[in-house]
Design a binder for this molecule. Structure first.
Ligand code: 6R9
Length: 631
């Protein structure tokens, strides 16, 4: 499965294009199947209908756990580093993890969860989060992990969309010097979630919680009632493995669906090749399991590879900005996978807390989530990798299941800010607005894919038409990523950012429409428009133009801003809080009533010299007012 030279990469790539089915069938042989597949691929992008390893039967947890027991049962599978460095961590060997997953799977069963049921997981970054995820997979339940920073309303929306039967949560979580009450947020969410029958609560912070009789049960108590004997459920390759909600350009997050066989093969293949993983290495991905990066590269990819995966509960700046480097030295991390926003924020603290670390265990560095700027790339390369660790800038999406465009560590020649070349099995194509292919090198366009890979999403939960509309209808016959992209003279790809109304704030995808909906819920707000603007640390910041029912001087502006921020936090979560709010009396609209975001974006960027054609505006005067009041 491992590619070791650039020649081998080229050969593999060619084969994956010439004979994709044979290519992936050979790779899939490296996994444990209960029953082999009868047909490798069947697909069309028009419905879409995509199936990999048809008729194959498996359970992903047998691949992540059982099959490692003989050879590496006593090797660490998970190293858990708590928020507080003085608290004892936890190391779970493959045998221990297997045992705990089986036990918790039995807890789920005992509480009525059967194959196909949806389970919402809203937890801190503790080993029990990975255990809950794998326990669902063990019995064929579909997990829907909701990031611990989301609000009660966001949890409720996700639970209702997927009709989850059970919620797994904790009393609270620690992040830096903050204690966050998770269970009480779940309680608020569940007021409007009739599908939920049971809530399983793990003890973490000992925050007082209300436990509703007949509904709420303690994780620890439940575990006393079960054995560690839990045979894995036999799953079809195309049975659902999980749902993960992600923002798009419309108001409502979509439940991206991944299935068992293709996702397993793709997450694992990309893990081993992109990072050039060697047995015994320690892998530290700093993402949260609440995002796709954590699903694929903390849980499934590393565990299916028999790797040691670090789970970190805290934040990069607690107790100080050397925390990542403390963890690297403490656990002898070999591969570090983090986000540009974290690198940029740590850069700002200088080198004091870097230079007092050894970091010699590091061999490969990764970046994910957003474009990495040249300065951050070099800082990472010079100060963390000491110019001896290849950097892999990995481009991919929740919908792609795994990395699509990236260097192979130490094999592909890197170029700062370039995700470089497509992985085997990935066929990118750049198109113009009309869907016409832009051929050759030294060109830019909208990034699409013309052929499926095993990790591609299969549908959006409960609304297949939405999946078709969002990804497969813009350019018929192609999967549209929503990203703009440059292909340089060497054929290297650089992702330039979203071309739709999706923001990327600190590597988090946030739809402008979602933020607008949240702002508009605040009393007195008449209308709002949200755009992104370049932000030194977050990559993009959120800029909101808001019309209220008061004259700009008729209300306490600072107080109203604060209330709007509180509203957004309440409706979505703190990650969606605007960085800047400007009160305006009107928005630049065309005669047909469409907001001209292009103009708002320019003003937010501070570039008002050339606003382009404003002649189609209903009221051009509004632009001058907005320009004058820009913050
Ligand atoms: C894995 C993940 C996906 C969006 C994607 C793109 C941006 C991710 C990137 C990158 C430039 C990279 N993105 N990796 N942009 N270079 N290496 O982040 O998934 O949360 O769904 O976000 O993130 O814009 O479309 P997700």
């Amino acid at each position: 499965m491992r590619i070791r030279t650039f020649d081998e990469y080229q050969t593999a790539y060619q084969k994956s294009v010439d004979d994709p089915e044979e290519f992936w069938a050979e790779i899939a042989q490296n996994f444990q199947w209960r029953k082999p597949w009868t047909k490798t691929l069947q697909w069309n992008f028009s419905e879409p209908n995509i199936k990999w390893f048809i008729g194959g039967k498996l359970n992903i947890t047998e691949n992540c756990l059982d099959r490692h027991l003989i050879e590496r049962g006593d090797q660490p599978a998970i190293i858990w580093e708590p928020n507080d460095p003085n608290e004892a961590g936890v190391t779970l060997t493959y045998r221990m993890l297997h045992d705990q997953v089986c036990r918790f799977a039995n807890v789920l069963k005992r509480n009525g969860v059967v194959k196909g049921d949806r389970v919402c997981i809203y937890m801190p970054m503790v080993p029990e989060l990975a255990i809950a995820v794998l326990a669902c997979a063990r019995i064929g339940a579909v997990h829907s992990v909701v990031f611990g920073g989301f609000s009660a309303q966001s949890i409720a929306d996700r639970i209702n969309d997927a009709q989850c039967k059970v919620v797994v949560t904790a009393d609270g979580s620690y992040r830096g010097n903050k204690e966050i009450p998770l269970k009480s947020t779940v309680d608020d969410a569940l007021i409007g979630c009739p599908s939920v029958q049971k809530v399983i609560v793990m003890t973490r912070t000992r925050t007082p919680v209300s436990m509703l009789k007949g509904r709420d049960i303690w994780w620890e108590q439940e575990l006393k009632q079960v054995t560690a004997d839990c045979p894995a459920e036999e799953m079809d390759a195309e049975d659902m493995l999980f749902i993960l909600y992600t923002s798009g350009s419309t108001g409502k997050p979509k439940g991206v669906v991944h299935t068992c066989g293709g996702y397993m093969v793709y997450a694992t293949y990309t893990f081993q090749n992109v990072f050039q993983y060697e047995p015994g290495q320690v892998f530290f991905c700093t993402a949260d399991i609440g995002w796709i990066t954590g699903h694929s590269y903390i849980v499934y990819g590393p565990l299916a590879s028999g790797a040691t995966s670090v789970i970190f509960e805290g934040v990069p700046t607690y107790p100080d900005c050397g925390r990542f480097w403390d963890i690297t030295d403490k656990h002898n991390v070999n591969i570090l996978y983090t986000a540009p926003t974290a690198i940029r924020s740590l850069m700002g603290f200088g080198l004091d807390k870097v230079e007092n670390h050894d970091l010699s265990s590091l061999q490969v560095l990764g970046s994910v989530g957003e474009p990495i700027n040249e300065e951050a790339w070099h800082w990472y390369d010079d100060n963390i990798g000491k110019n001896r660790c290849p950097i892999v800038d990995t481009w991919w999406q929740t919908e792609t299941g795994g990395i699509l465009i990236s260097p192979l560590a130490g094999i592909t020649k890197t170029k700062p800010t370039f995700a470089t070349l497509p992985l085997p099995g990935v066929q990118p194509i750049l198109v113009d607005e009309n869907g016409k292919e832009i051929e050759g090198n030294g060109v830019s366009g909208n990034l699409c894919m013309k052929f499926p890979w095993p990790g591609i999403l299969r549908t959006t939960y409960g609304d297949h038409e939405r999946c078709r509309q969002t990804y497969f209808a813009t350019y018929p016959g192609l999967y549209f990523t929503g990203d703009g992209c440059l292909r340089d003279e060497d054929g290297y790809y650089r992702i330039t950012g979203r071309v739709d109304d999706v923001l990327n704030v600190s590597g988090h995808r946030i739809g402008t429409a979602e933020v607008e909906n949240a702002i508009n819920m605040h009393t007195g707000v008449v209308e709002s428009a949200v755009v992104g603007y370049p932000h030194d640390i977050k990559g993009q910041g959120i800029y909101a133009y808001v019309i209220t029912d008061q004259q700009p001087d008729g209300h306490d502006v600072e107080l109203t801003k604060r209330d709007i921020l509180a509203t957004v936090t309440r409706v979505i979560g703190p990650i969606a809080k605007p960085d800047k709010i400007q009160f305006v009396t009107g928005l630049p609209k065309t005669r047909s009533g469409k907001i001209m975001r292009r103009i708002l974006r320019k003003i937010a960027e501070g570039d008002t010299s050339n606003l382009g054609d404003t002649s189609t505006l209903l009221d051009p005067a509004v632009v001058d007012e907005i320009k004058a009041g820009a913050t």
